[in-house]
Write a protein of this length. Structure first.
Length: 95
């Protein structure tokens, strides 16, 4: 038997999204460390999830929704990372 050959289409015209956009290099310029980026984005993602939960319950005033345009199928963490990348959120020093 001959081994199967795989065809890899390197020349794609679609922009890559998700884990590669926004890039980790751009995001790390917004915070001091990877750990801080993870904590910052995770906290914001929780707020976005809570916002959507409260939106279904009819309450709109406890959390702020997405600050960037978002589709229904986007994950909260992706939205949070795009907010950080677009400078919609700024990490402040805590005491």
């Amino acid at each position: 038997m001959r081994p199967r050959s795989r065809r890899i289409d390197v020349m794609t015209t679609e922009p890559l999204h998700g884990i590669v956009s926004p890039s980790i290099d751009n995001l790390l310029t917004k915070v001091d460390s990877k750990y801080e980026l993870v904590m910052f984005a995770a906290n914001r993602a929780r707020q976005i999830n809570q916002y959507y939960s409260e939106l279904q319950a009819g309450s709109l005033f406890n959390n702020v929704g997405p600050l960037v345009s978002a589709t229904v199928d986007e994950k909260a963490l992706t939205i949070a990372l795009r907010e950080i990348d677009q400078d919609k959120l700024v990490k402040t020093a805590t005491v």
